[in-house]
Design a protein around this ligand. Structure first.
Ligand code: NAD
Length: 267
């Protein structure tokens, strides 16, 4: 009997899902149990991901895949509308969810935690799987103890709908927990062009740059007397999330209950 971790990929036809299929097919410790996507693909999952045929056709029905395969883990990169149901279904079948889809509410996470505990399995919901981004946030929070004057600048593609990014907000929250309360800058400061100083958060500023060709970058700049410090993470492509997804798949086999946030695995 193989001791590979058997993985179902939901959203296998999407941009992240294809990367996950590639990861699972190319990693000796993992095995593709099934690949599911809402839009009927009727295609081999390997070929869809740009690899040779894997002998697994992308199917439409996640529940059938969960019931008929002996999978260990479901990896879901679908849509906020689908991911809660997919996660609950996986738990019902005793398959450990590793969820990259964003948009879960705290109430949903609490409910899914209860379901995982009832089933005696582990689960992970991680809005960001980039190890570099998680470290950037942790280092920024650490630096804020010594450098309370800072600004966050984040860069994304020009079609992104929300500003600032979820990562910038999460970074700001972590910094605020570590930093002494302080309203930066000159109290008499005035903007002659609205928005010039960026968004205000707990005494410091967040700036969102939106340009075509940019994928995802963020820097936190700290200023002190006679010195400055910059902490910056650059993501260039979706493959950069895959080492984190693999670590999530392995970790979720080791505990019970739902963990929210990949930072819990990065010491
Ligand atoms: P995408 O639109 O390219 O892919 C989503 C895929 O899911 C589509 O192929 C769609 O047909 C499929 N799908 C939708 N509902 C489904 C269902 N019920 N069952 C099976 N398949 C279904 O999107 P994407 O860029 O791959 O992003 C997917 C999600 O991942 C988004 O929520 C995005 O914000 C998130 N994301 C997370 C991270 C992270 O590090 N956690 C990184 C990038 C993107």
């Amino acid at each position: 009997m193989s001791n590979k971790i058997r993985v179902i990929v939901a959203g296998a036809g999407g941009r992240m899902g294809k990367e996950v299929v590639k990861l699972v097919l190319q990693d000796d410790a993992l095995e593709l149990a099934a690949a599911v996507d809402r839009s009927p693909q009727e295609q081999d999952a390997g070929r869809l991901a740009g690899l040779p045929d894997a002998g697994i056709v992308v199917s439409e029905d996640l529940e059938e895949a969960l019931a008929s395969s002996t999978a260990d883990v479901l990896v879901d990169f679908t849509t906020p509308q689908s991911a809660y149901r997919n996660t609950a279904l996986a738990i019902k079948y005793g398959v450990r969810p590793v969820i990259g889809t964003t948009g879960f509410t705290p109430e949903q996470i609490a409910e899914l935690d209860k379901q995982c505990l009832d089933q005696g399995i582990g689960g992970l919901i991680a809005p960001n799987f980039s190890i570099g981004v998680i470290l950037m946030m942790k280092f920024a929070a650490q630096a804020a103890k010594y450098f309370p004057h800072l600004e966050i600048i984040e860069y994304h593609g020009d079609q992104k709908l929300d500003a600032p990014s979820g990562t910038a907000i999460k970074t700001a929250e972590l910094i605020s927990e570590a930093r002494q309360e302080l309203r930066q800058g000159n109290p008499q400061e005035e903007e002659t062009i609205e928005g010039a100083r960026g968004g205000y958060y707990n005494g410091f500023r967040i700036h969102s740059v939106r340009l075509p060709g940019v994928f995802a970058q963020q820097e936190v700049i700290f200023g002190g007397f006679g010195q400055s410090l910059k902490i910056r993470a650059d993501s260039y492509e979706r493959a950069g999330y895959m080492p984190g997804v693999k670590l999530g798949i392995q970790k979720v086999m080791e505990y019970t209950g739902m963990i929210y946030g990949f930072e819990h695995f990065i010491e």
